[in-house]
Design a protein around this ligand. Sequence first.
Ligand code: C2E
Ligand code: MG
Ligand code: MG
Length: 630
Amino acid sequence: MVDSYLVLYCGTDPELTAEELRARCARLQHAMAAGYAAALRERTRVEQEAIARSALSARSAAEIALHATESRFRAVFDGAAIGIGIADLDGRLVEINDTMTRMFGGVEAHVRSRNVSEWVHPEDGPHVWRLYEELVRGEREQYRVEKPYYRGDGTVLWTNLTVSLLRDAQGHPQYQLALMEDITERRLLHLRLRYEATHDALTGLPNRTLFFERLEKALAPAGEDGRFGLCYLDLDGFKAINDSLGHSTGDRLLVEVADRLQACATGPGEMVARLGGDEFVALTTSTGGERDATALADRILAALATPVGVDGRELTVRGSLGVVEGPAGERTAAEVLRSADITMYRAKSAGGNRFELADPEADARAITRHGLTTALPTALERGEFFIEYQPLVHLDDGTVHGAEALVRWSHPQHGVLGPDRFIPLAEDTGLIVPLGRWVLQEAVRQARSWQLDDPTTGTPLRINVNLSPTQLHHPRLVADTVDVLERSGLAPGALCLEVTESALIGADEDLLKPLRQLAEMGVDIALDDFGTGYSNLANLRRLPVSVLKLDRSFTRGMQQHPVDPVDLKIVEGIVSLAHSLELAVTVEGVETAAQAERLRELGCDTAQGWYYARPGAPDRIHSLVLADAV
Ligand code: C2E
Ligand code: MG
Ligand code: MG
C-alpha cells in the first residue's frame, strides 16, 4: 500500500528522471518511516507508563499482601507486548516476562544467567552505563535509552529501554524495573531507508545528500587546525559517449569510473561521492595542505588514464577537476562546492584532462561572470538593454556627421553596465546574435526618426553600429540588415557597420562575402579600433571597408606636450595611406581641443570623443544637429 502510494505520489512530476524519482521516493519513504516510528513510540510510551503504574502499586501490594493487586500486576506482566524485567540494585534478575525471554531468543536461562551489568554491547551509547549507575545509586528515578543486546545466538537485539527505580515503603531504592521494546526491525528498516536515501542507486557511492552531511561536518569549526580537501570531477565528453553509444553503455562507464575513484580514496577521512550525472567528488579531511589535495587529484587523473572496456569497446575517459583545499570553519559547504565547480570549469576551458586549484580572485570573477551570463537571455526579453549615442563630428567644420550606437545594460542589481562587461559573455553564449539584431533595429529606427524630425538638413545623419565576430559569421547577417533597413526606410548609405580589425585578421573570402554584399548595397563598413591588431596594411586593399577608425591609443599620444613626433608621423602615414585607398579616417577618443586641432591638421576626416560629447540619450544628438543648422 505504502509503495503504491509512493509510486503515485512520486510519479506526478513528468520532468523527473528515473534517478531523481528513486531519490525522491527514498526521501519520502524515509520521512514516512520516521513518522511511523514516532507514532509507534508514542503508543509504547503509553503502554509503558501503564505498566510502570501497575508495577509501583504491585510493590506496595506485596508489602501489604493484597493479592488482588498482585494478580492484576501478574496479568499485565505476563500479557504485555513489551519485555519486562525486574532486577535488584546489584543487577540480579528477579523477574522477567515471556516477551522478554522471546526477545532474547526464547531461552529463559540465557537471560537469567547474567547480571544486568554484564549486558554490554560495543554500540552502547557512552551515557547508557552512567545513567544506570545513577539509577541504582538512587540518584535518578528513571532513564530512557536506545540499547543493543546480544541474543543467545549472537545476533543483535535493538531495544527502546526504559528503566525505573522502585523504592520500598520508606523510600529506599529497592528494585529496578526495565521495560523493553524490540526495535530491531524498525531500526533495520530505518537503516535501509537511510542507505537508499544517501546512496546513488547506479554506482552505490554516497550521493549528494550524504556528501553534503560529511562536507558540513568537515567544515564545522574545528578545535585544532582541521583542514579539508575537495576534488570536484566532471568527465570530459561524457555526453558524447552517452548520446552516441547509448545510456546503458554510459551507465556501465560511470560504474567503472566510480570503482576506480573509490580505490583512490580509501584512507581514513576520505570519501568519494557521486553528485549526479558524470559529476563526482572526493573529499579528504586528512590533508596537511594543498599538496595532499593535489596528490589526490593526481591519483584520480591517473586512475582515469587507462581506457575502460565496455561491451568490447575501449573507451577513453578524461576528466576535469577543480580542487579546493583549506582550513575548516571558514566557509559553508555550498560556498566550497561552488568554488570547486567554478575551478573545475577553469580546468575544462583550459582543455580538460587536468586539475586546477581554486583561487579566490578567479572565483569572484567567475561568480559575477556566471551571474551575468545566466541573466543575459531574460535581460533581453525584459528590455533591460538601452542604447546611448555618441556623435561623430566633421573635423573641418565641427558639424555632426552621425552617431555611434553604444549598448548598455541596465542591470537590476549591478546598475548600468558598459558593453565591455557583457558583450564578451554574449559572444560566448551566442546571445550576441539576437542582442546585436536588436541594437541594429533600434539604432536604425532611431536614425530614421532623427531624419524625419528634421527633414531640412542636407545630408542625413548617419548611424554607426558595432558588429561582433559571431554576427559576422551568422548566415542571416545580410538578410537581417536588409530587412531592418527596409522596414525603417533608412537608406543603406546612412548605415555604417563597425567591425574590429582583429575580427578581420586572416579573414577568407567566405567571411568577407556578406560584408562585400552589404558594401555593394551602399552600407559603409568601418574598421574599428584600427591599429590595435596586427593588420597588414597592404591587406586593407582587399577588405570591403570604406572607413578606418583609428584607435584611441593614437589620439592619447597627442594629449602630451610636446607631442611625440613619432606618433605624429605614424598617424600622418596611416591617414595618407587610407586616403590613397579612398578610405575616410575617423579618430576615436578625442578629449581636448588641442588633440582635435592636431588631428584636423593631419588630415583626419571625422572624430569622436568626450571633447564633443560623451555617449548619451538620442535626443541629445538631435539637439546637437539642430545647433549645427543654426
Ligand atoms: P568602440 O566601438 O571602440 O566604442 C568606443 C568606446 O570608446 C565607447 O566605449 C565609448 O564610450 C568610448 N569613448 C568614446 N569617446 C571617448 C573618449 O573621449 N575617451 C575615452 N576614454 N573613451 C571614449 P563603450 O561604450 O564602453 O564601448 C566599448 C566597446 O563595446 C565598443 O568600442 C564596442 O566595441 C563595444 N560595443 C558597444 N556597443 C556594442 C554593440 O551594440 N554591439 C557590439 N558588438 N559591440 C558593442
Ligand atoms: Mg565602435
Ligand atoms: Mg572603437
